[in-house]
Design a protein around this ligand. Sequence first.
Ligand code: EPU
Length: 308
Amino acid sequence: MSRPATDAISVQEIEHRLKAITSVRLKKDEPMSAHTSMGVGGPARWFVEVHDLEALKHTLEILKSSGERWMMLGGGSNTLFCDAGYNGAIVYLGKGFREIRLGETPDTIVAGAAASLSGIMNFAKRHGLAGAEFCAGIPGVLGGALAGNAGTAAGEICPLADSVEVLDSSGQIKTRKRGEFEYSYRHSRLREDVILGATLRLKPDAAEAIETRIAQSLSKRFEQPIGERSAGCMFKNPPGDFAGRLIDCAGLKGLRIGNVSVSDKHANFMINEGKATAADILKLMDEVRERVKSATGTELESEVRVIS
Ligand code: EPU
């Protein structure tokens, strides 16, 4: 893996500068298997946990000015790192980005990018606010969810957001307003920015009605291999069809390469059965893609972000 030239600043100097920032926790050669729900992925050169906005800005200034490779990581539930790891810096938002509170009007919630979707949903429920029930059982955090417009058949996250606070590519704080997110199925333009947090607009509703919809969302989850090491759905649903249905129809449930298998419970999930490698997962994804293509003519597209 090649790294862009860092001109005047050596790797040691970058490390020295990152370590000097207050509210930063720096780890070297951190295994990405520890930060992804699938539990695979080799070491990142640096894992930079930033606890407040100043630390984040400072970290990004250092990484950008040095030409070092970097990326933001959210909950790690939709990301697959290769076995060789990541030759750069993984930036991870810590406790200063986890706040969840009521907004200026009683039907809005303000949450940090590192707030969990389940935390947001529970907060909304406690305040009699509806709209986030589809989040029940979805792992991950608000920033990652907004970047990929996470959702289920019952709802998606981007339409809930009134505004999203970001750092743009020049490091300026900007507010992206509803209408500017350009979201579609499992995609949004917010991915181009570093997401800091958002104001979500919900609807007041009776507690029992909210509870019922949460229970419905959770019951959907019981059709999935919860509690196993997976990255959720591996492939996007193709227009007008379902990846899970196609993989199932192609007879691929239980198909295995090394320590990774296609779930017997829901065919669009792959399970790390213990010591799976990223290489095994990528091979199994290719195999599934090929077999579904030849059985049904449909080309499946990865939903999981593969980082090599
Ligand atoms: N199906 C099969 N066999 C299977 C799995 C599904 O025949 O092994 C059929 C089902 O019977 C159903 C159809 O495929 O007719 C769709 O299945 P399901 O209702 O489970 O929904 P999905 O489209 O597979 C989507 C999201 C999930 C989300 C569920 C619940 C995508 C790619 N997946 O799954 O999200 O949990 O709806 O609403 O959009 C994720 O994104 O990681 C994820 C898990």
